[in-house]
Design a protein around this ligand. Sequence first.
Ligand code: C2O
Ligand code: CU
Length: 537
Amino acid sequence: ASIRCCTFEVVNSAHTRLCTKKTMLTINGQFPGPTIYARRGDLITMNIVNRADQNISIHWHGVKMPQYPWSDGTNYVTQCPIEPGQKFTQQIILSDEEGTLWWHAHSDWARNSVYGAIVILPPRTESFPFPIPHAHFPPILIGEWWNTEIETVFKEFLETGGDPEVSNAFLFNGQPGDLYPCSNQDTYKLRVEYGKTYLIKLVNAALDNIMFFKIANHELTVVGADGAYTKPLTTDYVAIPPGQTLDLLLEANQPPSHYYMATRMYTSEDVHSPTTPTTAIIEYVGNYTPPPSPLLPSLPDVKDSAAVNNFINRLRSLGNDVDVPKNVEEFMYYTLSMNLMPCLKSTCSGSTRFLASVNNVSFVLPRLRLDILQAYYRGINGVYTEDFPDFPYLSYDFTGVVLPEEEAGTNFGTGVRMLEYNTTVEVVLQGANHLIDHPIHLHGYRFYVVGYGLGNYNRIRDVANYNLVDPPLMQTIVVPKNGWAAIRFKANNPGVWYMHCHIERHISWGMGMVFIVKDGERPHEKMLPPPPDMPRC
Ligand code: C2O
Ligand code: CU
């Protein structure tokens, strides 16, 4: 393990896509932001300097930050924002993560332009657990572009109660590709040599959509997800929720030519965002006449929920008999709902507005006070409550298609769930039969997805079918609309950890909650003290 150091300067810079120029927040003026390359177990000291005109915080998504939530970078959960003109030094503490992770702003919707990949290679003395790819590609980040400034879109979203302008294109490494206007010249290209194998590090950094991804005429082999290796899984497409990463092997074994790789959103809602595929070109080197236009892969249909569920359901841990907790000490049942509420503001686009909730609590960040971590560490009352409910509707039927009355109301709160150090935890995440899937992400941990199904969760029936042998180790799991996922983890990382839907609209409407994991007895079981330069509220 080595120690590295870098600086991220948060600046406003101008970028043009789809013939539209706009100013946006970036790191070092780059869009997408810089890739961090590291090896397993490295420690990276990152100096964040805010030279822009708005508050920001930066989160290292999927990095567990053992004993050190101070660097998790989550606005009002683990820190107050870094204000314009301020600096903050964060420690990116890698432990057993290996593969691809990413970083992004964790304040309002700034992550739309403030994001980048973290590539974690094996230590020098080890190699990948799969045939060593001959060549590496730069990571491929799926992003989203609005012609309007994202701050305006966000403001409109808050004011209308949920009818913001939809994005104008999805992006591959900042480019919409040549099926979009004014994008031909800059379409992202990857050059390959026939007979070689390449490692594609794919990140879904889009704000609101699960994406399908496919390469014409080529199969993909999934070898990793969320910074952990998986059993090799060969497939002709993948589905990737916002927040997730996948490591994919691509064999360049087709007749030398040009092929499109393409991505398009999935949604079970009435379609809003662009459905024209975003493209990049896989270009074989050699002497041949390229086709007038590359072959386009046929992506699963925009509404093909079975294609999403089937793919996710096939992911498995690389090893067997993984260290998944066998006995559960704390069982929680969390329902994810969209709540239709009367809208009282004159700016609303209708008489109702949406909120989102976990166990019927819409999570509110303690914006005007202090972050939850400081409040916990310093014993300050009134910032959060320890009453997050466990079992609201254990016997409720979530398969009804009409929005049930029970879900129609929600309470606002900043509720946390306290956990004793080292408890084994199971959370069943139950999705309602309303609108859309929820990719749920947990900070500070990775969890095993021991069960995944459609309809209502049934404790007796479903526990019997859990996979305790090789469940995938993840930090973001799609909870299907009208379905559920069961996750297990050992609460061995003390701190304050956000769990939330990684769809930006849903987190803004309150689909989240916080775990506080208490210190253990021994020194390595306790939170370390905060750094001296923690931003102040
Ligand atoms: Cu990718 Cu709470 O974040
Ligand atoms: Cu959601």
